[in-house]
Design a protein around this ligand. Structure first.
Ligand code: HEM
Length: 401
């Protein structure tokens, strides 16, 4: 995981990675991915209508498809995609190996790192071995795919192609190539789970707040109509939907303590001495639940981001992407993907509590995983097309009619 840009300390390598992210994922560059993102969202809608119980899997598929297209110009296979399967296994192993408590134990009792992999308690080492082998493939295989396509003159626009064109050019500097591979792999690691977790939060919020869903749908029907799917040009005219989006990020930020930071010099802050090298965790969750800014913070209220006349209030940016120099470099891409998925689901789907055998609603108690990045635990829900017309629109959008 040394290659992961999010874990790099300040320095030339981290600066180079940030520059690469900026070249490929700045606000303007990201605009070029809008059409592709909408296409992947349309596939999501069809999957949701066909097999709604697998909503979790459909979000994962959509996030992976967008990220692989943005990063490598690669169209993922609907099932068992060879690249995605390896990356997902890699992440699963990594997250299992490096839980915060295990990391703390290993750093406080370093001798534990030397226990043989066959001994009791050595399971993490066996997993680490598999993880290391997979890391090699995760870094190299998709970039080899792009280079082959570039040589044939058929490479789609992507982060890797942009970086080869703009940063590496004719120099073919092997060090820079390693950094391109690292930056590209980091996009999946930083972007896939966070995007689909945010969509799970949205789904949960819609089940628990049917009045919010109805209001958002009323706005979409009024502004967009029911004869077409919404697109990015509608965004400024849908302030309530924007409120739903901002409230989703605020209500349950999926990276609630950002990434751990460390002070590079000693400092005194409000009378407290903070030594150089101290861990600093930014409590994003506390900021987005600050009662002075967000009264009744546990309630899901899109109105809090709007003026009394219903327009978007000034200064409604989200804290959920972090701050300062280490702010999330994928925020524009995530913003587009999450908004597009939300507005399209609202336009075409009815999301509600599931029913039991007697027709009674099954209550949903929101529960979340813990860790650096969190998501709602599985919950029951019912997802159907809002109308025959909506189902037809979804089918047509996917058949290219
Ligand atoms: C809704 C989706 C997302 C959320 C909520 C989110 C949130 C965050 C947060 C809170 C941080 C820590 C910032 C800090 O420590 O101040 C972060 C860092 C990061 N994110 Fe995201 N992120 C999302 C999507 C993405 C995507 C799509 C990418 C793909 C490029 C990405 C790549 C990264 C990277 C590379 C870092 C580390 C930056 C650094 O250390 O310099 N994230 N993200």
């Amino acid at each position: 995981m040394d290659f992961n840009s999010g874990l790099l300390p300040y320095g030339n390598k981290w600066r180079l990675h940030r520059k690469m992210f900026h070249v490929a994922l700045n606000k303007d560059a990201t605009l070029e991915y809008k059409t592709m993102q909408l296409q992947k969202v349309q596939q999501l809608l069809e999957n949701m209508i066909n097999t709604p119980k697998q909503y979790d899997k459909h979000f994962k598929t959509m996030s992976a498809a967008i990220i692989m297209a943005v990063t490598y110009g690669y169209d993922v296979a609907p099932r068992h995609d060879p690249f995605v399967t390896k990356i997902e296994r890699f992440m699963e192993l990594f997250l299992a190996v490096l839980t915060p408590e295990r990391a703390a134990l290993l750093s406080f009792v370093p001798i534990l790192q030397h226990i043989p992999s066959w001994s009791p308690g050595g399971k993490y080492k066996r997993r680490a071995g598999e993880c290391r082998a997979l890391a090699y493939d995760v870094l190299n295989d998709p970039v080899a795919f792009v280079k082959k396509k570039m040589a044939a003159g058929t490479a789609e626009k992507s982060l890797v192609r942009d970086l080869y064109d703009k940063e590496i050019g004719e120099t073919a500097n092997p060090d820079l190539e390693e950094d391109v591979k690292a930056v590209a792999a980091t996009v999946f690691l930083g972007g896939a789970e966070t995007t689909d977790s945010t969509l799970l939060v949205f789904l949960l919020a819609m089940i628990l707040n049917p009045d919010v869903q109805a209001k958002a749908q009323e706005e979409i029907d009024r502004v967009v109509g029911t004869q077409r799917l919404p697109n990015f040009e509608d965004r400024p005219d849908l302030p309530y939907v924007e409120g739903v989006y901002l409230e989703t990020l605020r209500w349950r930020p999926v990276v609630p303590m950002a990434l751990p930071h460390m002070t590079s010099v000693s400092d005194v802050y409000e009378g407290m001495y903070i030594p150089k090298g101290a861990f600093v965790l930014v409590n994003i969750w506390a900021m987005t639940h600050d009662e002075t800014r967000f009264p009744d913070p546990m309630a899901f209220k899109p109105e809090r981001h709007l003026t009394p006349s219903g327009t978007l209030a000034a200064g409604t940016t989200s804290h959920s992407f972090g701050f300062g120099r280490r702010i999330c470099p994928g925020r524009y891409m995530a913003d587009q993907a999450v908004w597009a998925a939300m507005v399209s689901m609202l336009a075409t789907l009815r999301i509600s509590k599931d029913k039991d055998e007697f027709g009674g609603e099954i209550e949903v108690k929101p529960e979340f995983t813990t860790g650096l990045s969190i998501h709602p635990k599985p919950f029951l829900c019912s997802i159907t097309a809002r109308s025959d017309e909506a189902a037809q629109l979804v089918r047509e959008s996917n058949s290219g009619e």
